[in-house]
Design a protein around this ligand. Structure first.
Ligand SMILES: Cc1ncc(COP(=O)(O)O)c(C=O)c1O
Length: 425
């Protein structure tokens, strides 16, 4: 497989864009692939190589690339206008759909990214409680705004960056770290501090895929209620992905607020803060908590999101879950056959293979995995036509357009690649 054109484009981009990319997770040794188009579950790079895509734009594309219903909806909207700076019908439809599906949602404020959504949700929780401190999970990622850049997951975990220069010390002093799946620790923190909000991914997706132990989410819900703390589920990944109502529906635990993004925009930039009427009524202009955006609730994003939601029914989630479970089971068999220490965490269409650890239940355990071997694996898989997020600390995703033939090729490629990389360790 040649990737010469990608290499040449990368050489040009490093002089023009920091690290040659627009977001750090896209960096890839020796250079990233430039993608020219996508169709269904497959993308094609500028050198003409077809790649089965288990990255799917880091999650949003639950229907795969270029779904005709999404495309038609976008074209219809583009013909009518792309931005009005005034309310529009597609925006109202999107919000109605979210309120119908998401258990915690009686009202919604739309935004443009997951980062914006979590920033707004934290401000709202602070205003509502009159408190300042916020608890986040070590390895949890909630976007790149100041108060959340404390031991973040995703690219920062990969680069071993515990925070970021440029973030005021006073800002992070009000952020407290907890370990996921540790209820005793959560209880101690809430006992010791007056906490405005606990913000957490109900399933961690930015330290690899890490699932809640039985009773953990219920326990966090109980404790936050007890201490008058707002529970924010960051469902930027899990929203629409695990169930129509996200992880809160899947696990039966309703937070006070949730944030969404990714899939609700059908492939266009999206974000949302969702919650009950009492707290959401504090959002401007109904209340004093300021949230605003030129592109918030824009009709193009709403048109794409509406088209996606129209197609997501119980059968789709069942089928995605079956495919996820099947692939996870195959990967477990492969590492067992090859005698490789590792484990596979999976829920619905989210999964990750962890190398070097037999169990991964929090970010601390994830950080002990063999991240270098994982990078070699991602690189070898790319050579075989399978594109996964090139980091141990991300999640692989499946879409409706991944068919049996794709999944067999993915399994065969994992088998060959794991054989190859374990030989060279
Ligand atoms: C759980 C979670 N929250 C927030 C964000 C930030 O979203 P965005 O990249 O749209 O700003 C991400 C991005 O990956 C995420 O995974």
């Amino acid at each position: 497989m040649t990737r010469d054109y990608s290499r040449r484009l990368y050489e040009k981009s490093v002089g023009l864009m920091p690290g040659g990319v627009s977001s750090p997770i896209r960096a890839f040794e020796p250079h990233p692939s430039f993608i020219s188009r996508g169709e269904g579950g497959v993308i094609c790079d500028v050198d003409g190589n077809d790649l089965i895509d288990l990255c799917l734009g880091y999650g949003p594309l639950i229907l795969g690339h270029g779904h005709p219903a999404v495309f038609d909806s976008l074209m219809r909207q583009a013909n009518q206008g792309m931005l009005f700076g005034a309310p529009s019908v597609p925006e109202l439809e999107l919000v109605e759909k979210l309120v119908k599906r998401v258990p915690c949602a009686e009202m919604v404020r739309l935004a443009n990214s997951g980062t914006e959504a979590t920033m707004h949700a934290i401000r709202l929780a602070r205003a509502y409680t009159g408190r300042e401190k916020v608890v986040k999970m070590s390895g949890g990622f909630h976007g790149a705004h100041d108060s959340m850049l404390v031991k973040p997951g995703s690219a920062a975990m990969d680069l071993c960056i515990p925070g970021s220069p440029g973030v005021p010390a006073a800002t992070v002093q009000s952020t407290i770290l907890a370990e996921y799946n540790d209820l005793d620790m959560m209880s101690d923190i809430l006992e010791e501090h007056e906490v405005a909000a606990v913000i957490m991914e109900p399933v961690m997706g930015n330290a690899g895929t890490i699932l809640p132990e039985d009773g953990y989410l219920q326990g966090v819900r109980r404790l936050t209620e007890e201490y008058g703390t707002i529970l924010i589920f960051d469902e930027v990944i899990t929203g629409l992905r695990l169930a129509p109502g996200g992880a809160q529906e899947y696990y039966g635990v309703t937070p006070d607020l949730c944030t969404m993004g990714k899939a609700i925009g059908g492939g266009l930039p999206a974000g949302a803060v969702l919650g009950g009427k009492e707290i959401m009524s504090m959002v401007s202009p109904a209340g004093p908590v300021y949230m605003a955006g030129t592109f918030s609730g824009n009709p193009m994003t709403a048109a794409a999101g509406n088209a996606v939601m129209n197609l997501l029914d119980a059968d789709v989630y069942r089928s995605l879950g079956d495919k996820g479970a099947e692939l996870a089971s195959t990967l477990r068999d492969i590492i067992e056959d090859l005698g490789i220490t590792g484990c596979v965490n999976q829920v619905g269409s989210m999964l990750q293979l962890f190398l070097g650890m037999e169990r991964v239940e929090n970010a601390q355990q994830a950080s002990k995995c063999d991240a270098m071997m994982f990078k070699s694996l991602a690189s070898d898989l790319l050579d075989r036509g399978v594109y996964i997020p090139p980091s141990q600390y991300e999640t692989c995703f499946l879409c409706t357009e991944h068919h049996r033939s794709h999944l067999s090729r993915v399994s065969e490629s994992f088998h060959e690649s794991l054989k190859e990389v374990s030989r060279s360790v």
